[in-house]
Ligand binder design. Structure first.
Ligand SMILES: [Zn+2]
Length: 224
């Protein structure tokens, strides 16, 4: 395990601060070849399997399981009781709320067809990747399907079952999850509508932070 050495991090105004080495709770189980960036915290009874990479200034909440060869970016918040399987990639600034479950096989079986042999648990042709793009939020208790992505600053409502790719800035809810709003970088919806309606939106400003957006055919554009 490599907890990283103190490094400098440029914050607003170009001020450099030293990041402390990663803090790993003594009850956490961290396997070989795991890299955890400086300023990150791993809480009690977390299990991180081999060859996983976690960036800097991340938080991994208690009793979370992160499987092998998972890649996690910087400033990612992972709450307690989260299950992240192999073939998942999480970009910078993502929030994963408590009890979220990822999957990586759409039609899984324990054994071969004659029931005589366990199938391998290692990645094979059935293993499908999932990508969570920068700034996205996943609500508590969500279940995330595989062979899909969750778009930049996308948002998944609590308890949702995500079976299809979530476009950038879309807020999805339900089972199967469907878009009910477009959301700002700050998390505030700037257009709400009936599930799946995807209206075009003329240039409009978020009433909370003032960032401006438009939307056409379900594609949200940032206007600054
Ligand atoms: Zn906003």
């Amino acid at each position: 395990m490599d907890s990283g050495k103190p490094t400098a991090n440029a914050l607003g105004g170009g001020v450099l601060i030293e990041l402390p080495p990663a803090r790993i709770h003594p009850t956490a189980l961290v396997e070989r070849d795991v890299r955890i960036g400086p300023g990150s915290s791993v809480w009690d009874n977390v299990h991180i399997r081999y060859s996983t990479t976690i960036g800097q200034e991340c938080i991994v909440g208690e009793k979370t399981h992160i499987s092998y060869e998972v890649v996690i970016g910087d400033r990612v918040k992972i709450n307690a009781f989260v299950y992240i399987c192999t073939a998942v990639t999480i970009e910078d600034g993502v929030m994963i709320s408590a009890g979220t479950i990822f999957t990586n096989d759409r039609f899984p079986r324990a054994t071969t067809s004659d029931l005589r042999e366990l199938r391998t648990s290692a990645p094979d042709e059935h293993t499908l990747p999932t990508l969570v793009k920068a700034g996205a939020t996943i609500g508590a208790g969500a279940i995330i399907g595989c062979g899909l992505s969750i778009g930049r600053f996308g948002m998944v409502g609590m308890g949702s079952v995500v079976t299809r790719t979530v476009p950038d800035f879309h807020l999805v809810v339900g089972n199967p999850a469907r878009t009910i709003a477009y959301v700002c970088r700050c998390g505030e919806p700037f257009a709400r509508f009936r599930p799946g309606e995807l209206p075009d939106v003329a240039p409009t400003a978020c009433h909370v932070c003032g960032l401006r957006y438009s939307a056409a055919a379900g594609a949200v554009s940032e206007l600054g």
